[in-house]
Design a binder for this molecule. Structure first.
Ligand code: TXA
Ligand code: MG
Length: 325
């Protein structure tokens, strides 16, 4: 077993160059992004991409997002963007927006789970950009966690994958803390496949046309967006803000939105944002769930947040974390 200090490397010119070489040679590397940490592989090398699925125990029907550092790399994955899509990339790249567009034949089938489309984003994290440039190829990267588990927002959250990777590049805590917004264009209509920091409203303002939530289309959900996902080991139970559940088992914990309670039945409480900032709450969401889950509580009670702005994405993740078959 490699020790934590052997595998987590501060982002230096040297560690980035080594990571780039390893990726170009087919190895996996954990990379920071502004949303969550990613488990990266050369997106044009099907064998390397297959190793991602094996390391994460991810089903092959769940396609990967390709990360690029510049527009030249876009041309390796897809043809000319529609004028509307181009407007979105100009407005939101580099940043937490993933576009789903027709794929070129050069994109391996394993990346797209056999679909004719490919998901692409240009991240804004400078270390991520530097690693992609050092690799010289687009990087396929899902969140760096075992399939269905909590997304990682710090390098230590990815240690469960250490036996499968060349290195973990430390780019600090992720500032956004929630995965990118995913948008797809179908026959001139724009469908929101996954909510994120960039809201449907922001996309509508950029395009001047309404964005359709995926539930309102005849499309299946984005592949891989299963009802149960983003799950800690302990059970997650959603409650209204300030509500006291009638039954609280011993050693239960609380993830509160704005306030802790005076007389609380909870063994521990973490407050997401005492200012009531949804942006701060998003950035702390997965980290706080990791911390609470590590206490092996009997349940994690989580207060709901207003479904506005990035609150839509927070509630999307929380509902999936709470879902039990
Ligand atoms: O912020 C993010 O997007 C992070 C960081 C690492 O960049 N990545 C991430 O990847 O969240 P992942 O694997 O957890 O989510 C990828 C999802 C798939 O589950 C699927 O829903 C959607 O992207 N997706 C990928 N390719 C698609 C396609 N061709 N059509 C529709 N949805 C697709
Ligand atoms: Mg994920």
């Amino acid at each position: 077993m490699k020790s934590k200090t052997d595998i987590i490397h501060p982002a230096t010119e040297q560690s980035i160059r080594n990571a780039g070489l390893a990726l170009a040679n087919g190895s996996l590397v954990v990379i920071p992004t502004e949303t969550v940490y990613g488990l990266a592989a050369n997106a044009l090398n099907p064998t390397a991409a297959t190793a991602i699925f094996e390391a994460k125990q991810r089903p092959f029907f769940d396609p990967l997002i390709c990360h690029i550092s510049d527009y030249e790399m876009l041309n390796l994955l897809t043809g000319t963007l529609s004028a509307q899509m181009r407007r979105l990339t100009e407005a939101f790249w580099p940043g937490p927006l993933t576009i789903v567009v027709p794929k070129l034949t050069e994109v391996p089938e394993i990346i797209t789970a056999g679909l004719t489309t490919v998901a692409i984003r240009m991240p804004s994290h400078p270390v991520c950009t530097a690693v992609i440039k050092a690799a010289g190829v687009p990087l396929a990267a899902p969140s760096a966690n075992l399939f269905g588990k909590l997304s990682p927002t710090r390098p230590e959250h990815t240690l469960e994958l250490s036996s499968s990777v060349h290195s973990i590049i430390d780019g600090g805590p992720c500032t956004i803390g929630i995965e990118s917004t995913i948008i797809r264009e179908i026959d001139g209509r724009f469908v929101l496949l996954r909510p994120g920091k960039i809201t449907a409203h922001q996309i509508e303002s950029a395009l001047n046309i309404p964005v359709i939530p995926t539930e309102e289309t005849e499309l299946p959900d984005a592949p891989g967006q299963l009802p149960s996902h983003y799950s800690p080991n302990s059970q997650v139970i959603l409650i209204d803000e300030g509500a006291t559940p009638s039954l609280v088992a011993e050693h239960s914990v609380l993830l509160a939105f704005r306030r802790s309670r005076k007389e609380s039945p909870f063994a521990k409480t973490i407050v997401l944002s005492s200012q009531g900032s949804l942006t701060e709450a998003a950035s702390k969401l997965f980290e706080s769930l990791h911390t609470l889950d590590a206490l092996s509580p009997s349940a994690i009670f989580v207060e709901t947040v207003p479904e506005e702005g990035i609150g839509v994405a927070i509630m999307n993740r929380l509902k999936k974390a709470a879902f039990r078959e």
